[in-house]
Design a protein around this ligand. Sequence first.
Ligand SMILES: Cc1cc2nc3c(=O)[nH]c(=O)nc-3n(C[C@H](O)[C@H](O)[C@H](O)COP(=O)(O)O)c2cc1C
Length: 221
Amino acid sequence: MQIRLADLDRIRRYKLLTALVVPRPIALVTSVGPEGVVNAAPYSFFNLFSQDPALVVLGIERREGPVQKDTGRNIEATAEFVVNLVDEDLAERMNLCAVDFPPEISEVEIAGLTILPSTTVRPGRLAEAPAALECKKLVTLLPGGGRELVVGEILAVHVRDGLIEPATLRLDLERWRPVGRLFGNLYCRTRDRFELVRMSYRSWLAERAGSGAGGEPGGER
Ligand SMILES: Cc1cc2nc3c(=O)[nH]c(=O)nc-3n(C[C@H](O)[C@H](O)[C@H](O)COP(=O)(O)O)c2cc1C
């Protein structure tokens, strides 16, 4: 079946594309409003795009009106935000932070979350998050339809003690339990894993020739 996107309205496009491109990581973004209110809201139009510079992108829609969401407005005003990563323990409180509270209400307080100071940006990070990325906005793209694509550079990373081995920076997979977003109200855990060893062309040729040279550690090369 081929679907022409031009034939679909916004809602049907959203439904189709967000169900196909899964799972998506969830950024529980903290930012600070003009009156100093700490805002927290989840964004799953989110991912990591490179490590040097370390870049993330957030896709922030407008509310009807169109009205800017608090996160978009705060980032536009301050150019700073923190991406708090979401694990199984934090999932329900993350969902509470998605309620369209007015800007003067802090989701952090409503959800009973705790703010810790960041080291490089003004918005704090969430003590309950297993990891947090302090970010500075590099650029905001406005591709149309009232959507903001915020490109941010990660300036500092926090990982909960015990989750990562300091010398090797390896995560303890028993304790690292991020959740992903599927579509609608569905989420997934990341505990069902399998391994695929990535090969170079040389090792692929060797394997094909029957020598079984094996693979190599992967990387975004
Ligand atoms: C898991 C999850 C992911 C979400 N992802 C996005 C997203 O990528 N973009 C967006 O505009 N809204 C997204 N939302 C909705 C916002 O979180 C919601 O509109 C929220 O009220 C925005 O809060 P703010 O105005 O404080 O920024 C998501 C909601 C949930 C529960």
